[in-house]
Write a protein that binds this ligand. Structure first.
Ligand SMILES: NC(=O)c1ccc[n+]([C@@H]2O[C@H](COP(=O)([O-])OP(=O)(O)OC[C@H]3O[C@@H](n4cnc5c(N)ncnc54)[C@H](O)[C@@H]3O)[C@@H](O)[C@H]2O)c1
Length: 274
């Protein structure tokens, strides 16, 4: 289907990341992938030993997952979306290498107010915690799009897809509070960008609300087995799995589609329930 087209896949932390499932499906459909992961960059200043060790470990896991899952010839880059210079440098380097993108997956989220599956009440969320979560989980979609367009890496007719959750709209049986607000912002950004980038570049921008999934680092840090089981029971088709998600991303990436500004559900029908 993709006939050698190239897609940027962000958000691979390890082999269980949702982004890894998407990358494999893109390749299975004849596309190429470029993958970004967290790690130490020249733009990080004054990192503590602990922070450096965290980023190094992230990078090792990312590279190992990509080598094993996608092949050691896969192009990988370090990207921390909290560093504007890093995003610009990344986009510039793609331009210099002559790499053109037919789309990208935004699979990035972070919320330090969820610890050991405990969610901090919204009333106690600090300004820094609120802004950090917004920056990483929502604003990064704007910034990444901006630099990829600035360096003419993102091709006309390209497709952008990001990953959201029903909590962007509804209080669920396991309320997420802070990250829910960032997901709501991510979805609104999706719609506003769909208008701007559709007119500017013929680029489509969509988001997918996905079922709870405990396999990934983020999912495992936030969800309990009970959360998963409850959602599975409520959803008419049961929870969707990562392969279902990947199939829908590939569908939204396919060339020539007229779908844009959509907030789709790949959730076994959870969203229709009262
Ligand atoms: N797991 C679920 O239940 C579920 C459900 C719906 C939506 N999602 C969304 O899917 C996406 C991927 O999550 P996942 O479940 O695969 O977990 P994951 O932990 O594998 O992926 C989260 C990614 O965000 C990256 N990240 C965090 N801070 C970053 C930064 N500053 N710069 C760059 N990257 C950064 C991490 O490195 C990691 O790769 C997220 O947006 C998440 O909210 C997950």
């Amino acid at each position: 289907m993709f006939n050698g087209q190239t897609f940027l896949i962000t958000g691979i932390a390890d082999e269980n990341s949702l982004a890894m499932y998407v990358a494999k499906q893109v390749k299975a459909n004849g596309g190429n992938v470029i993958c970004t992961g967290l790690g130490v960059t020249q733009f990080h200043k004054g990192l503590s030993e602990k922070a450096k060790a965290f980023l190094d470990k992230n990078h090792d896991d990312f590279i190992e997952a990509v080598n094993n899952g996608l092949g050691s010839d896969t192009v990988t880059e370090v990207l921390d979306v909290t560093l504007d210079e890093n995003i610009e440098d990344f986009a510039r380097s793609l331009k210099e290498k002559g790499i053109k993108l037919n789309g990208f997956l935004h699979a990035i989220a972070m919320d330090k107010t969820i610890r050991g599956k405990e969610v901090k009440p919204l009333l106690e969320v600090t300004k820094n915690e609120f802004c950090d979560t917004m920056e990483v989980s929502a604003y990064s979609l704007i910034r990444l799009s901006y630099y990829l367009l600035k360096y003419e890496v993102l091709q006309p007719g390209s497709s952008i897809c990001s990953l959201s959750y029903i909590a962007a709209q509804k209080v669920t049986f396991h309320p997420y509070r802070n990250i829910s607000i960032a997901k709501a912002a991510l979805e609104r950004i999706t719609i506003e960008l769909a208008d701007e980038l559709g007119r500017k570049n013929g680029t489509r921008v969509n988001a997918i609300r996905f079922s709870p999934y405990m396999g990934s680092k983020a999912g495992n840090a936030t969800l309990t087995q009970q959360d998963y089981d409850t959602s599975n029971k409520i959803s008419p088709l049961g929870n969707a799995g990562p392969q279902d998600l990947a199939a829908e991303v590939v569908h939204l990436f396919r060339p020539g589609s007229k779908i844009t500004g959509e907030i789709r559900h790949v959730d076994g029908g959870y969203n229709i329930m009262g």
